[in-house]
Design a protein around this ligand. Structure first.
Ligand code: UDP
Length: 247
């Protein structure tokens, strides 16, 4: 793979955006203004030749473990959650294409009318052609989350990093919204994340990134320009690798 373009430290990345981010200030659903902002942030990096894979969560619409699904078979509820991620993927595709970014949605659940089925080699070809590939429906199986889907696709696509865009600017020693003494980690190892049970991503996703030696970068995608800054090694974020090193 060739070097990362100019100022950026990675050539190919997977950006995971949680469904919660797409709600904006709403309590449920998709806030298209927020989706447009995230799309703009992606466009600004994609236009400079970075190859971008996207995984969008579904928690803004439906989660298999939510109260609404309490009386439902877990697998059934999880399939509903996967369908929610497809809606978010289509919203993100619309926002990206509106501003001239070429995209393809590939779904882990086959739905030919709305998305391509997931085909690894085809996805790689899209990336090479400069298209943003949005992976929908997680891993396509219940009892998983889109974090695991993000980790799996990052490994399959040979990404240089998995960037987790959330509403907090990194990983903290405690919940910064509840504990004023909470501090942000600059770096962590996968092992520390697992041993301290830090709520970064699912353990299965962290373990897969550890085994594939792909750094996880946690940052706030809600801050304007943050995706670009993080790609340049600037701004606030936490990097998780095998060996602790200064970011
Ligand atoms: N889900 C699943 N398998 C997957 C990905 C997602 O069953 O591979 C379901 C699961 O019910 C999950 C929901 O889809 O709760 C939404 O995904 P997630 O909770 O990861 O969304 P996020 O928290 O990132 O918004």
């Amino acid at each position: 793979m060739s070097d990362a373009p100019s100022e950026f430290r990675y050539k190919r990345v997977l950006l995971k955006v949680s469904g919660e981010v797409l709600m904006g200030d709403q309590t449920y659903g998709i806030d298209m203004r927020t989706v447009d902002e995230v799309a703009k942030a992606i466009a600004s990096v994609a236009s400079e030749g970075v190859e971008i894979c996207l995984v969008i969560g579904g928690g803004n619409i439906f989660r298999g473990l939510s109260k609404a699904a309490a009386d439902m078979d877990r697998a059934q509820a999880d399939y509903m959650g996967m369908l929610a991620t497809v809606m978010n993927a289509l919203a993100m595709q619309a926002a990206l294409e509106k501003i001239g970014v070429q995209t393809r949605v590939q779904s882990a659940l086959v739905m030919n009318a709305v998305a391509e089925p997931y085909v690894r080699r085809r996805a790689l070809r899209h990336l090479e052609k400069g298209r943003v590939v949005i992976f929908a429906a997680g891993v396509g199986a219940p009892f998983f989350t889109t974090d695991s889907g993000a980790a799996l696709r990052a490994a399959e696509m040979g990404c240089d990093a998995l960037l987790k865009g959330t509403s907090v600017d990194g990983v903290y020693s405690a919940d910064p919204k509840k504990d004023a003494s909470a501090t942000r980690y600059e770096t962590l190892t996968y092992q520390e994340v697992l041993a301290k049970d830090l709520k970064v991503m699912d353990a299965s996703a962290v373990a897969l990134m550890r085994d594939s030696d792909i750094p996880i970068v946690v940052f706030s995608i809600r801050e304007e320009g943050a995706f670009r800054r993080v790609m340049s090694g600037e701004g606030a974020y936490t990097v998780i690798t095998n060996t602790p090193r200064q970011a």
